[in-house]
Design a protein around this ligand. Sequence first.
Ligand SMILES: [Zn+2]
Ligand SMILES: [Zn+2]
Ligand SMILES: [Zn+2]
Length: 273
Amino acid sequence: MAVSQPFLFLKHRKHNLDRMTLGDLVYSFFTYYAVVAYIAVGIVSFVYAVKWFENPGRMLLAMLAASVVFPFGWYLVHKNILHSRFLYKTPFTAATWKRIHFDHHQDPNDLRVLFGALANVLPTVGGVIAPIGYLIGGRSGAAAALGWAMVITCFYEFCHCIQHLNYTPKLGFLKEIKRLHLSHHYHNEQGNYGITNYFWDRLFGTFYSKAGEKPKSPTVFNLGYTAEEAKRYPWVDKLSNGTRGDDHPRRFWQGKEGQGTQPEDAPAARGEP
Ligand SMILES: [Zn+2]
Ligand SMILES: [Zn+2]
Ligand SMILES: [Zn+2]
């Protein structure tokens, strides 16, 4: 269960972002099933937006609304759901929480757990953005907003990959958002929740620019799922095959003692019997 079913196709490919080049990443990105799905949904949405075309002003307004709502929604989900301490406390949500955020903080360079899962992202983004687009511009507004939200989703995911790739972006904007996101991973996880947009962090006071502005967090890699918590709520720990760590990012394939083999050679690390 460490690597969920849709990720198995990546198993013979590179997935350690600190060992990949930009070219490797671009290839992995555009052949990744969720990204292919976002592009397909985006194209279909834009086709319908054109087919149902009525009011260009309202259509643009619907897309603008998507551009504002998306980062705000991400901020709320990241801060209040992914970093909350309730999802690991029930066996029903433990596996999902592990997959959608815990694993990413345990090993921020593992591409297999970096992408949002299609089954979570698409219904959430579509379920929020399409109705807003509909209220603004009817069915063409809904289609345009959904299509644009798919573009934003791909942009988000790609920037997030760049942030964890062993590569220094040349663009000032990318360099800056990379620096801020890495502080969320390596300094203090209770801040800088945005990926491409830190407006909402600034507004709600969770933004910090320099490490000195916030103390180093002891839970930056385990998100509060400490050894003690793991005893009380064992489900995430069980699914992690003893790789749960506190002090530094853990390579999943290194296992408990740091001696393990890569998951493709070790069925146990994939959660297979
Ligand atoms: Zn990240
Ligand atoms: Zn996080
Ligand atoms: Zn591998």
